[in-house]
Write a protein that binds this ligand. Structure first.
Ligand code: PLP
Length: 496
Protein backbone atom coordinates (compact mmCIF):
# COMPACT_ATOMS: atom_id res chain seq x y z
CA UNK A 1 0.00 0.00 0.00
CA UNK A 2 1.26 3.41 -0.85
CA UNK A 3 0.99 5.10 2.54
CA UNK A 4 1.77 8.52 1.17
CA UNK A 5 -1.20 8.22 -1.14
CA UNK A 6 -3.60 7.68 1.75
CA UNK A 7 -2.11 10.64 3.63
CA UNK A 8 -2.49 12.84 0.54
CA UNK A 9 -6.09 11.79 -0.01
CA UNK A 10 -6.96 12.37 3.61
CA UNK A 11 -5.40 15.79 3.85
CA UNK A 12 -6.92 16.90 0.51
CA UNK A 13 -10.38 15.70 1.54
CA UNK A 14 -10.14 17.48 4.90
CA UNK A 15 -9.02 20.71 3.21
CA UNK A 16 -11.83 20.51 0.74
CA UNK A 17 -14.42 20.06 3.48
CA UNK A 18 -12.73 22.71 5.58
CA UNK A 19 -12.26 20.26 8.47
CA UNK A 20 -9.37 20.31 10.90
CA UNK A 21 -8.08 17.36 13.00
CA UNK A 22 -10.17 18.48 16.01
CA UNK A 23 -13.28 18.47 13.89
CA UNK A 24 -12.68 14.92 12.73
CA UNK A 25 -11.95 13.78 16.28
CA UNK A 26 -15.17 15.40 17.51
CA UNK A 27 -17.23 13.77 14.76
CA UNK A 28 -15.68 10.40 15.52
CA UNK A 29 -16.47 10.79 19.23
CA UNK A 30 -20.07 11.82 18.44
CA UNK A 31 -20.55 8.76 16.29
CA UNK A 32 -18.81 6.33 18.67
CA UNK A 33 -15.90 5.66 16.39
CA UNK A 34 -12.56 5.04 18.04
CA UNK A 35 -10.10 7.56 16.71
CA UNK A 36 -7.25 9.04 18.75
CA UNK A 37 -5.41 12.28 18.26
CA UNK A 38 -1.97 10.71 17.70
CA UNK A 39 -3.52 8.06 15.47
CA UNK A 40 -4.95 10.73 13.18
CA UNK A 41 -1.66 12.66 13.18
CA UNK A 42 0.15 9.55 12.09
CA UNK A 43 -2.33 8.97 9.27
CA UNK A 44 -1.79 12.52 8.09
CA UNK A 45 1.99 12.33 8.29
CA UNK A 46 1.92 9.06 6.35
CA UNK A 47 3.53 7.09 9.12
CA UNK A 48 0.67 4.62 9.42
CA UNK A 49 -2.42 3.73 7.52
CA UNK A 50 -5.84 2.89 9.00
CA UNK A 51 -7.59 -0.41 9.26
CA UNK A 52 -10.37 -1.09 6.83
CA UNK A 53 -13.12 -0.08 9.28
CA UNK A 54 -11.46 3.29 10.09
CA UNK A 55 -10.79 3.86 6.41
CA UNK A 56 -14.49 3.32 5.66
CA UNK A 57 -15.49 5.69 8.46
CA UNK A 58 -13.17 8.47 7.33
CA UNK A 59 -14.20 8.02 3.70
CA UNK A 60 -17.87 8.30 4.70
CA UNK A 61 -17.39 11.38 6.86
CA UNK A 62 -15.29 13.16 4.27
CA UNK A 63 -17.42 11.90 1.36
CA UNK A 64 -14.24 11.01 -0.51
CA UNK A 65 -12.53 7.85 -1.69
CA UNK A 66 -9.53 7.57 0.63
CA UNK A 67 -8.58 4.04 -0.37
CA UNK A 68 -5.20 4.34 -2.13
CA UNK A 69 -5.78 1.01 -3.90
CA UNK A 70 -8.90 2.27 -5.69
CA UNK A 71 -8.77 3.58 -9.29
CA UNK A 72 -10.42 6.90 -8.38
CA UNK A 73 -8.35 10.04 -8.63
CA UNK A 74 -7.61 11.53 -5.24
CA UNK A 75 -9.47 14.73 -4.44
CA UNK A 76 -7.16 17.53 -5.55
CA UNK A 77 -6.12 19.92 -2.86
CA UNK A 78 -7.67 23.34 -3.42
CA UNK A 79 -5.22 25.92 -4.69
CA UNK A 80 -4.72 28.32 -1.85
CA UNK A 81 -5.81 31.85 -2.71
CA UNK A 82 -2.81 34.19 -3.00
CA UNK A 83 -2.60 36.38 0.02
CA UNK A 84 -2.12 39.98 -1.05
CA UNK A 85 0.47 41.88 0.95
CA UNK A 86 -1.58 45.07 0.80
CA UNK A 87 -5.23 45.78 -0.13
CA UNK A 88 -5.74 45.54 -3.89
CA UNK A 89 -6.88 48.74 -5.66
CA UNK A 90 -10.29 48.22 -7.29
CA UNK A 91 -10.34 49.91 -10.70
CA UNK A 92 -13.19 52.40 -11.25
CA UNK A 93 -16.05 50.89 -13.28
CA UNK A 94 -16.01 52.07 -16.87
CA UNK A 95 -19.14 54.07 -17.78
CA UNK A 96 -20.57 54.42 -21.26
CA UNK A 97 -22.04 57.70 -22.46
CA UNK A 98 -23.97 58.47 -25.63
CA UNK A 99 -21.86 59.60 -28.56
CA UNK A 100 -21.05 63.30 -28.65
CA UNK A 101 -22.45 63.23 -32.18
CA UNK A 102 -25.85 63.31 -30.46
CA UNK A 103 -25.04 66.34 -28.30
CA UNK A 104 -27.09 68.81 -30.31
CA UNK A 105 -29.62 66.39 -31.67
CA UNK A 106 -33.13 66.54 -30.24
CA UNK A 107 -36.29 64.66 -31.06
CA UNK A 108 -38.86 65.78 -28.52
CA UNK A 109 -42.00 64.38 -30.14
CA UNK A 110 -41.32 61.41 -27.88
CA UNK A 111 -39.74 63.47 -25.11
CA UNK A 112 -39.85 63.48 -21.27
CA UNK A 113 -43.60 64.18 -20.99
CA UNK A 114 -44.21 60.85 -22.69
CA UNK A 115 -42.26 59.17 -19.88
CA UNK A 116 -44.47 60.93 -17.35
CA UNK A 117 -47.57 59.85 -19.29
CA UNK A 118 -46.35 56.25 -19.20
CA UNK A 119 -45.71 56.51 -15.48
CA UNK A 120 -49.25 57.83 -14.97
CA UNK A 121 -50.65 55.01 -17.08
CA UNK A 122 -48.79 52.49 -14.93
CA UNK A 123 -50.63 54.03 -11.99
CA UNK A 124 -53.89 53.24 -13.77
CA UNK A 125 -54.59 56.77 -15.06
CA UNK A 126 -56.14 56.94 -18.52
CA UNK A 127 -54.28 59.47 -20.71
CA UNK A 128 -56.01 61.24 -23.59
CA UNK A 129 -53.28 61.04 -26.20
CA UNK A 130 -53.31 63.71 -28.87
CA UNK A 131 -49.60 63.49 -29.43
CA UNK A 132 -48.63 61.01 -32.09
CA UNK A 133 -49.57 60.59 -35.74
CA UNK A 134 -49.97 56.83 -35.67
CA UNK A 135 -53.31 55.97 -37.35
CA UNK A 136 -53.73 52.28 -36.37
CA UNK A 137 -54.42 52.67 -32.62
CA UNK A 138 -57.27 55.07 -33.43
CA UNK A 139 -59.18 52.54 -35.51
CA UNK A 140 -57.82 53.53 -38.93
CA UNK A 141 -57.29 50.11 -40.44
CA UNK A 142 -55.16 49.02 -43.36
CA UNK A 143 -57.30 48.21 -46.43
CA UNK A 144 -58.07 44.45 -46.50
CA UNK A 145 -56.66 44.03 -49.98
CA UNK A 146 -53.28 45.31 -48.81
CA UNK A 147 -53.23 42.94 -45.83
CA UNK A 148 -54.21 39.97 -48.01
CA UNK A 149 -51.51 40.79 -50.56
CA UNK A 150 -48.82 40.99 -47.91
CA UNK A 151 -49.98 37.66 -46.44
CA UNK A 152 -49.97 35.89 -49.78
CA UNK A 153 -46.46 37.13 -50.61
CA UNK A 154 -44.77 36.45 -47.27
CA UNK A 155 -43.15 33.23 -48.50
CA UNK A 156 -41.71 35.04 -51.53
CA UNK A 157 -40.23 37.88 -49.52
CA UNK A 158 -37.98 36.04 -47.14
CA UNK A 159 -34.73 37.04 -48.81
CA UNK A 160 -33.00 40.37 -49.35
CA UNK A 161 -34.21 42.30 -52.37
CA UNK A 162 -32.24 44.54 -54.70
CA UNK A 163 -30.91 47.29 -52.41
CA UNK A 164 -33.10 49.88 -54.13
CA UNK A 165 -36.18 47.69 -53.75
CA UNK A 166 -38.32 45.17 -55.61
CA UNK A 167 -38.85 45.83 -59.29
CA UNK A 168 -42.65 45.81 -58.97
CA UNK A 169 -42.58 48.28 -56.07
CA UNK A 170 -40.31 50.70 -57.88
CA UNK A 171 -42.32 50.40 -61.08
CA UNK A 172 -45.47 51.37 -59.19
CA UNK A 173 -43.65 54.30 -57.55
CA UNK A 174 -42.32 55.42 -60.91
CA UNK A 175 -45.83 55.41 -62.35
CA UNK A 176 -47.11 57.31 -59.33
CA UNK A 177 -44.38 59.92 -59.95
CA UNK A 178 -45.44 60.14 -63.60
CA UNK A 179 -49.02 60.88 -62.54
CA UNK A 180 -47.71 63.61 -60.24
CA UNK A 181 -45.65 65.08 -63.08
CA UNK A 182 -42.29 64.45 -61.41
CA UNK A 183 -39.90 64.52 -64.36
CA UNK A 184 -37.06 62.24 -65.39
CA UNK A 185 -37.45 59.50 -62.76
CA UNK A 186 -36.16 56.11 -63.92
CA UNK A 187 -36.28 52.81 -62.06
CA UNK A 188 -32.74 53.41 -60.82
CA UNK A 189 -33.68 56.76 -59.28
CA UNK A 190 -36.05 55.18 -56.77
CA UNK A 191 -34.96 53.79 -53.40
CA UNK A 192 -37.29 52.18 -50.91
CA UNK A 193 -36.63 52.54 -47.18
CA UNK A 194 -37.97 51.50 -43.80
CA UNK A 195 -40.25 54.49 -43.76
CA UNK A 196 -39.44 58.03 -44.84
CA UNK A 197 -37.58 58.37 -41.53
CA UNK A 198 -34.97 55.87 -42.67
CA UNK A 199 -34.44 57.73 -45.93
CA UNK A 200 -34.19 61.19 -44.37
CA UNK A 201 -31.27 59.85 -42.35
CA UNK A 202 -29.77 57.98 -45.31
CA UNK A 203 -29.87 60.99 -47.64
CA UNK A 204 -28.48 63.36 -44.99
CA UNK A 205 -25.58 61.00 -44.30
CA UNK A 206 -24.86 60.75 -48.02
CA UNK A 207 -25.23 64.47 -48.72
CA UNK A 208 -24.14 66.66 -45.82
CA UNK A 209 -20.54 67.79 -45.30
CA UNK A 210 -19.52 69.21 -41.93
CA UNK A 211 -20.62 72.85 -41.91
CA UNK A 212 -23.13 72.56 -44.77
CA UNK A 213 -26.27 74.56 -44.14
CA UNK A 214 -29.64 73.07 -44.93
CA UNK A 215 -32.74 75.27 -44.91
CA UNK A 216 -35.41 73.55 -42.83
CA UNK A 217 -38.87 74.93 -42.03
CA UNK A 218 -39.82 76.16 -38.58
CA UNK A 219 -42.01 74.61 -37.33
CA UNK A 220 -40.76 71.34 -38.80
CA UNK A 221 -41.14 67.63 -38.42
CA UNK A 222 -38.15 67.47 -36.06
CA UNK A 223 -36.51 64.44 -37.61
CA UNK A 224 -35.27 66.73 -40.39
CA UNK A 225 -33.39 69.03 -38.04
CA UNK A 226 -32.12 66.03 -36.07
CA UNK A 227 -30.76 64.22 -39.13
CA UNK A 228 -29.10 67.33 -40.59
CA UNK A 229 -27.38 67.88 -37.25
CA UNK A 230 -26.39 64.24 -36.83
CA UNK A 231 -24.81 64.31 -40.28
CA UNK A 232 -22.61 67.24 -39.21
CA UNK A 233 -24.61 69.97 -40.94
CA UNK A 234 -26.38 73.04 -39.65
CA UNK A 235 -30.16 73.22 -39.87
CA UNK A 236 -31.00 76.84 -40.61
CA UNK A 237 -34.68 77.42 -39.91
CA UNK A 238 -36.79 79.56 -42.20
CA UNK A 239 -40.09 80.70 -40.72
CA UNK A 240 -43.50 79.60 -41.75
CA UNK A 241 -46.00 82.39 -41.29
CA UNK A 242 -49.08 81.84 -39.18
CA UNK A 243 -50.65 85.02 -40.61
CA UNK A 244 -50.32 83.51 -44.09
CA UNK A 245 -51.91 80.14 -43.25
CA UNK A 246 -48.51 78.83 -42.18
CA UNK A 247 -47.00 79.10 -45.66
CA UNK A 248 -43.22 79.53 -45.84
CA UNK A 249 -42.06 83.12 -45.41
CA UNK A 250 -40.20 83.49 -48.69
CA UNK A 251 -38.36 86.64 -47.65
CA UNK A 252 -37.08 84.86 -44.59
CA UNK A 253 -36.07 81.89 -46.73
CA UNK A 254 -34.15 84.16 -49.12
CA UNK A 255 -32.50 85.99 -46.25
CA UNK A 256 -31.25 82.75 -44.73
CA UNK A 257 -29.40 81.54 -47.83
CA UNK A 258 -25.60 81.81 -47.47
CA UNK A 259 -22.65 80.53 -49.44
CA UNK A 260 -22.79 77.38 -47.27
CA UNK A 261 -26.40 76.56 -48.09
CA UNK A 262 -26.72 73.28 -49.95
CA UNK A 263 -30.42 72.39 -49.92
CA UNK A 264 -33.95 73.53 -49.06
CA UNK A 265 -36.28 71.16 -47.25
CA UNK A 266 -40.01 71.61 -47.60
CA UNK A 267 -42.66 69.57 -45.81
CA UNK A 268 -45.79 69.71 -47.94
CA UNK A 269 -48.43 68.99 -46.69
CA UNK A 270 -46.99 70.12 -43.43
CA UNK A 271 -46.60 68.49 -40.08
CA UNK A 272 -47.35 70.12 -37.58
CA UNK A 273 -49.45 72.87 -39.20
CA UNK A 274 -51.51 70.94 -41.76
CA UNK A 275 -50.67 73.59 -44.38
CA UNK A 276 -50.84 72.75 -48.08
CA UNK A 277 -48.58 74.84 -50.33
CA UNK A 278 -50.17 76.37 -53.43
CA UNK A 279 -48.45 76.17 -56.80
CA UNK A 280 -47.45 79.87 -56.76
CA UNK A 281 -45.58 79.48 -53.49
CA UNK A 282 -43.86 76.33 -54.74
CA UNK A 283 -42.82 78.16 -57.90
CA UNK A 284 -41.21 80.88 -55.82
CA UNK A 285 -39.34 78.32 -53.73
CA UNK A 286 -38.09 76.70 -56.94
CA UNK A 287 -36.89 80.13 -58.06
CA UNK A 288 -34.95 80.62 -54.82
CA UNK A 289 -33.37 77.18 -55.28
CA UNK A 290 -32.60 77.95 -58.92
CA UNK A 291 -30.96 81.29 -58.21
CA UNK A 292 -28.82 79.84 -55.45
CA UNK A 293 -28.12 76.45 -57.04
CA UNK A 294 -29.71 74.47 -54.22
CA UNK A 295 -31.01 70.92 -54.02
CA UNK A 296 -34.74 70.63 -53.27
CA UNK A 297 -35.77 68.00 -50.73
CA UNK A 298 -39.53 67.60 -50.45
CA UNK A 299 -41.26 65.50 -47.78
CA UNK A 300 -44.69 64.63 -49.21
CA UNK A 301 -45.79 61.80 -46.96
CA UNK A 302 -49.23 63.41 -46.46
CA UNK A 303 -49.89 64.11 -50.15
CA UNK A 304 -52.97 61.84 -50.26
CA UNK A 305 -54.50 63.30 -47.10
CA UNK A 306 -55.68 66.55 -48.63
CA UNK A 307 -59.13 67.99 -47.83
CA UNK A 308 -61.55 70.63 -49.15
CA UNK A 309 -61.20 69.43 -52.74
CA UNK A 310 -57.68 70.89 -52.94
CA UNK A 311 -54.96 69.29 -55.03
CA UNK A 312 -51.44 68.51 -53.92
CA UNK A 313 -48.70 69.76 -56.23
CA UNK A 314 -45.34 68.08 -56.07
CA UNK A 315 -42.59 70.72 -56.12
CA UNK A 316 -40.33 68.46 -58.19
CA UNK A 317 -42.88 68.72 -61.02
CA UNK A 318 -42.05 72.43 -61.23
CA UNK A 319 -38.27 72.00 -61.24
CA UNK A 320 -37.13 69.84 -64.17
CA UNK A 321 -33.86 71.79 -64.33
CA UNK A 322 -32.92 71.30 -60.65
CA UNK A 323 -31.78 68.30 -58.62
CA UNK A 324 -34.74 67.20 -56.50
CA UNK A 325 -35.45 64.37 -54.10
CA UNK A 326 -39.07 63.65 -53.20
CA UNK A 327 -39.83 61.62 -50.06
CA UNK A 328 -43.06 59.66 -49.78
CA UNK A 329 -44.46 56.49 -48.22
CA UNK A 330 -47.48 54.51 -47.12
CA UNK A 331 -47.41 55.02 -43.33
CA UNK A 332 -50.17 57.62 -43.34
CA UNK A 333 -52.11 57.13 -46.58
CA UNK A 334 -52.48 53.38 -46.03
CA UNK A 335 -52.43 53.38 -42.25
CA UNK A 336 -49.45 51.03 -42.13
CA UNK A 337 -46.98 53.12 -40.13
CA UNK A 338 -45.79 49.93 -38.42
CA UNK A 339 -44.94 48.08 -41.61
CA UNK A 340 -42.23 50.66 -42.41
CA UNK A 341 -42.29 51.46 -46.09
CA UNK A 342 -41.29 54.71 -47.73
CA UNK A 343 -39.29 55.79 -50.77
CA UNK A 344 -37.35 58.56 -52.44
CA UNK A 345 -37.54 59.55 -56.09
CA UNK A 346 -34.61 61.46 -57.54
CA UNK A 347 -35.72 63.73 -60.36
CA UNK A 348 -34.95 66.69 -62.56
CA UNK A 349 -31.41 67.49 -63.67
CA UNK A 350 -29.60 64.46 -62.31
CA UNK A 351 -26.29 65.46 -63.93
CA UNK A 352 -25.96 67.99 -61.12
CA UNK A 353 -25.93 65.26 -58.52
CA UNK A 354 -24.06 62.30 -60.00
CA UNK A 355 -21.65 62.17 -57.05
CA UNK A 356 -24.46 62.47 -54.52
CA UNK A 357 -26.33 59.67 -56.27
CA UNK A 358 -23.27 57.47 -55.88
CA UNK A 359 -23.28 58.29 -52.17
CA UNK A 360 -26.98 57.47 -51.84
CA UNK A 361 -26.41 54.20 -53.67
CA UNK A 362 -23.52 53.31 -51.40
CA UNK A 363 -25.59 54.05 -48.28
CA UNK A 364 -28.43 51.98 -49.73
CA UNK A 365 -26.10 49.03 -50.39
CA UNK A 366 -24.71 49.29 -46.88
CA UNK A 367 -28.13 48.57 -45.38
CA UNK A 368 -28.69 45.76 -47.93
CA UNK A 369 -32.37 46.56 -48.55
CA UNK A 370 -35.54 47.78 -46.86
CA UNK A 371 -38.22 45.52 -45.35
CA UNK A 372 -39.20 43.28 -48.28
CA UNK A 373 -42.70 42.14 -47.17
CA UNK A 374 -43.67 45.82 -46.90
CA UNK A 375 -42.25 46.52 -50.36
CA UNK A 376 -44.39 43.72 -51.73
CA UNK A 377 -47.63 45.65 -51.21
CA UNK A 378 -46.57 48.97 -52.76
CA UNK A 379 -48.00 48.03 -56.13
CA UNK A 380 -51.37 47.06 -54.65
CA UNK A 381 -51.44 50.14 -52.45
CA UNK A 382 -50.65 52.67 -55.14
CA UNK A 383 -52.85 51.08 -57.81
CA UNK A 384 -56.63 51.10 -58.03
CA UNK A 385 -59.02 52.94 -55.78
CA UNK A 386 -57.39 54.93 -52.98
CA UNK A 387 -59.54 54.18 -49.96
CA UNK A 388 -57.89 57.02 -48.04
CA UNK A 389 -60.13 59.32 -50.08
CA UNK A 390 -63.08 58.13 -48.00
CA UNK A 391 -61.49 59.72 -44.95
CA UNK A 392 -60.81 63.14 -46.43
CA UNK A 393 -64.08 63.92 -48.19
CA UNK A 394 -66.40 66.23 -46.17
CA UNK A 395 -68.28 63.24 -44.75
CA UNK A 396 -65.08 61.31 -44.03
CA UNK A 397 -63.74 60.67 -40.56
CA UNK A 398 -60.53 62.69 -40.82
CA UNK A 399 -62.32 65.69 -42.32
CA UNK A 400 -65.16 65.62 -39.79
CA UNK A 401 -62.72 65.34 -36.91
CA UNK A 402 -60.69 68.23 -38.28
CA UNK A 403 -63.79 70.41 -38.50
CA UNK A 404 -64.86 69.48 -34.98
CA UNK A 405 -61.45 70.21 -33.41
CA UNK A 406 -61.08 73.44 -35.34
CA UNK A 407 -64.50 74.73 -34.27
CA UNK A 408 -63.96 73.78 -30.64
CA UNK A 409 -60.57 75.53 -30.55
CA UNK A 410 -61.96 78.64 -32.22
CA UNK A 411 -64.61 78.84 -29.51
CA UNK A 412 -62.05 78.82 -26.69
CA UNK A 413 -61.17 82.15 -25.17
CA UNK A 414 -57.58 83.18 -25.91
CA UNK A 415 -56.99 80.46 -28.50
CA UNK A 416 -56.42 81.23 -32.18
CA UNK A 417 -55.86 78.67 -34.88
CA UNK A 418 -55.43 78.27 -38.63
CA UNK A 419 -57.69 75.68 -40.25
CA UNK A 420 -55.50 72.89 -41.62
CA UNK A 421 -56.03 71.76 -45.20
CA UNK A 422 -54.25 68.42 -45.04
CA UNK A 423 -52.71 65.68 -42.88
CA UNK A 424 -54.20 65.22 -39.39
CA UNK A 425 -52.56 67.91 -37.29
CA UNK A 426 -53.58 71.32 -36.02
CA UNK A 427 -51.24 73.86 -34.43
CA UNK A 428 -53.11 76.33 -32.17
CA UNK A 429 -51.70 79.39 -30.44
CA UNK A 430 -52.37 80.60 -26.90
CA UNK A 431 -52.70 84.35 -26.51
CA UNK A 432 -49.48 85.49 -24.77
CA UNK A 433 -51.32 88.39 -23.03
CA UNK A 434 -53.80 86.05 -21.44
CA UNK A 435 -51.70 82.96 -20.66
CA UNK A 436 -48.17 84.35 -20.66
CA UNK A 437 -46.71 80.98 -21.65
CA UNK A 438 -42.95 81.24 -21.38
CA UNK A 439 -42.11 77.58 -20.96
CA UNK A 440 -43.73 75.27 -23.51
CA UNK A 441 -42.64 72.06 -21.85
CA UNK A 442 -44.02 73.17 -18.49
CA UNK A 443 -47.35 73.85 -20.18
CA UNK A 444 -47.28 70.36 -21.68
CA UNK A 445 -46.50 68.76 -18.33
CA UNK A 446 -49.07 70.83 -16.39
CA UNK A 447 -51.81 69.96 -18.88
CA UNK A 448 -50.86 66.30 -18.62
CA UNK A 449 -50.79 66.22 -14.85
CA UNK A 450 -53.90 68.32 -14.31
CA UNK A 451 -56.08 67.04 -17.12
CA UNK A 452 -54.51 63.80 -18.44
CA UNK A 453 -54.25 65.31 -21.94
CA UNK A 454 -51.01 64.75 -23.84
CA UNK A 455 -50.03 67.18 -26.61
CA UNK A 456 -46.65 68.18 -28.09
CA UNK A 457 -45.57 71.80 -27.59
CA UNK A 458 -44.24 74.01 -30.40
CA UNK A 459 -40.69 73.67 -29.14
CA UNK A 460 -40.81 69.99 -30.11
CA UNK A 461 -41.09 71.18 -33.72
CA UNK A 462 -38.25 73.70 -33.55
CA UNK A 463 -40.74 76.55 -33.20
CA UNK A 464 -39.17 79.06 -30.88
CA UNK A 465 -42.13 81.26 -29.89
CA UNK A 466 -43.73 79.73 -26.77
CA UNK A 467 -47.47 79.15 -26.46
CA UNK A 468 -48.06 76.90 -29.48
CA UNK A 469 -48.84 73.21 -29.44
CA UNK A 470 -49.85 70.44 -31.81
CA UNK A 471 -52.98 68.35 -31.56
CA UNK A 472 -53.28 65.11 -33.54
CA UNK A 473 -56.95 64.78 -34.41
CA UNK A 474 -56.91 61.06 -35.20
CA UNK A 475 -58.68 59.84 -32.03
CA UNK A 476 -62.40 59.21 -32.29
CA UNK A 477 -64.78 62.08 -31.83
CA UNK A 478 -65.77 61.04 -28.29
CA UNK A 479 -62.13 61.03 -27.17
CA UNK A 480 -61.44 64.32 -28.93
CA UNK A 481 -64.51 65.77 -27.25
CA UNK A 482 -63.38 64.73 -23.81
CA UNK A 483 -59.83 65.98 -24.40
CA UNK A 484 -61.07 69.33 -25.65
CA UNK A 485 -63.42 69.67 -22.67
CA UNK A 486 -60.44 69.11 -20.42
CA UNK A 487 -58.29 71.58 -22.34
CA UNK A 488 -61.02 74.23 -22.25
CA UNK A 489 -61.39 73.81 -18.53
CA UNK A 490 -57.62 73.95 -18.01
CA UNK A 491 -57.31 77.18 -19.99
CA UNK A 492 -59.92 78.82 -17.75
CA UNK A 493 -57.44 78.89 -14.88
CA UNK A 494 -53.98 78.16 -16.25
CA UNK A 495 -51.48 81.03 -16.46
CA UNK A 496 -47.69 81.08 -16.39
N1 PLP B 1 -42.20 63.02 -42.53
C1 PLP B 1 -43.18 63.62 -41.85
C2 PLP B 1 -43.54 65.02 -42.20
C3 PLP B 1 -43.86 62.96 -40.83
O1 PLP B 1 -44.83 63.57 -40.16
C4 PLP B 1 -43.49 61.62 -40.52
C5 PLP B 1 -44.14 60.90 -39.43
O2 PLP B 1 -44.93 61.38 -38.67
C6 PLP B 1 -42.47 61.03 -41.26
C7 PLP B 1 -41.85 61.75 -42.25
C8 PLP B 1 -42.02 59.64 -40.98
O3 PLP B 1 -42.78 58.72 -41.69
P1 PLP B 1 -42.42 57.18 -41.83
O4 PLP B 1 -43.43 56.43 -41.04
O5 PLP B 1 -42.53 56.91 -43.31
O6 PLP B 1 -41.05 56.99 -41.34
Amino acid sequence: MDQGSFAERLSAAMAQRGLKQVDLLRIAAERGQKLGKSQLSQYLSGKTSPRRETLAFLSAVLEADLDPTSETEPTPAPTPAPKPDKPQEVPAMRKFDKSSKLDHVSYDVRGPALDEAMRMEEDGINILKLNIGNPAPFGFRTPDEVVQDMASQLRDTEGYSDSRGLFAARKAIMQYDQIKGIPNVTMNDIYTGNGVSDLINLVMQAMVETGDEILVPSPDYPLWTACVTLAGGKAVHYLCDEQADWLPDLDDMRAKVTSNTKAIVIINPNNPTGALYPREVLEEIVEIARQNQLIILSDEIYDRLVMDGEEHVSIASLAPDLFCITFNGLSKSHMIAGWRIGWISISGNKRLGRGLMEGIHMMSNMRLCSNVPAQSIVQTALGGYQSVKNYVVPTGRVCKQRDYVYERLCAMDGVSVVKPKAAFYIFPRLDPKKFNITDDEQFQLDLLQDKRVLIVPGKGFNWETPGYFRIVYLPRRAVLGEALDQLEDFLKYYRQ
